[in-house]
Design a protein around this ligand. Sequence first.
Ligand code: BV8
Ligand code: ZN
Length: 253
Amino acid sequence: MQAIIPCDIAYIIKNKEHTVVLSGAGISAESGVPTFRGTDGLWSKYRPEELACEQAFLADPELVWSWYQYRRDVIKSVKPHAGHLALASIESLSPQFTLITQNVDGLHVRAGSRRVLELHGNIMVNKCHSCGEETRDEEFRFAGEIPKCRCGGMLRPGVVWFGESLPVDVLEQAITAAGSCDLFISVGTSSIVYPAASLLEIAHEKGAVILEINPETTPHTRLADYHLSGSAGQILPVLADAYKSLHSQTAGD
Ligand code: BV8
Ligand code: ZN
C-alpha cells in the first residue's frame, strides 16, 4: 500500500471504466451526523449494536424509537458537504459508476447522487415489524406511542439491524458491481461491518485498483493499493477535480 499525494490521483483514475464507491459513517460525520464508533454524547453510553437490533426493539421499543427519532432530527438538521457533492460530480464524469452506502441518512441522494445502493436501508422509512410493509411519513414524529401498521404490527425504522439480512436485491447488485469494477474507492468506513466490508475484498480479488480514504487505517488498509489519509470532505473534491480535468482533456482530444 502506497501513501500518495493528490497529483498522483489522475494517474489512478485514468482509463477506469467502472468506479465503485463504498461509503460509511465517516463521510456523514463531516455533515454533523455522529459516526457509529465515535463518541456522540447523549447516546454514547450505548453501543450501536445494543440499540440497532431486534432484541433491543422487542425489549424496549420506546428506547429504540427515541434513539431513532433523535437521529432523524440530527439528519434533518444537517446537509450534504463538499465530499457528498464531489461523489455526485464523479458519477456524472464516469463511464460507469455505482455508489454503495452503509449510511441510512439519505445524504448522498440529497447531494445529487443517482446510482445509490442503500445497503442498510433508510432511517426516514417506517417498516412494519410484522408484515414488512414500508411507508414514508415526513410528518411522523415518535412522541412516546409505538406507531402501528394497518395490519396491527409495530412500526420500526426501515433500516437493517444487526443480525438481520440485507435486502437481497440491493446486496446482489452491490456484489455484482464490486466484482466488475476496475476502481473501488472505500471512503469513511471502519471496514468492520459485514457483509458490507466483504465488497472491497471481492473487488480486490477481481483485480480492481483499491483506494481507501480515511484519516485512520482499517483492517482493509493492507488490501488497498493506495491509502489517502484524510477526510472525505478534503479529498473527494480533489478527486472530482482530477476527473474533471481528465474529462476535459479527453473531450479536447
Ligand atoms: C447479517 C443500520 C446475518 C442500522 C447498520 C460476517 C458475515 C455476515 C454478518 C456478520 C459477519 N461477522 C459479523 C457479522 C454480524 C454483523 C457485523 O458485521 N457485526 C460487526 C459489528 C462485527 N453483521 C450483521 O449483523 C449484518 N447482518 O449479516 O446478518 C444474517 C444472514 C442471513 C439471515 C439473517 C441474518 C447487518 C449489518 C447492518 C447493521 N446495520 N446500520 C442503523 O443505522 O441504526 S450498520 C452501521 O455500521 C451503519 O450502517 C454504519 O455505516 C455501519 C458500519 O460502520 P461504518 O460506516 O464503518 O462507521 P464507523 O463509525 O464504524 O467508522 C467510521 C469510519 O470513518 C472510521 O474508520 C473513521 O476513521 C472514518 N472517518 C471519520 N471521519 C471521517 C472518516 N473518514 C473520512 N472522512 C471523515 N471526515
Ligand atoms: Zn404490517
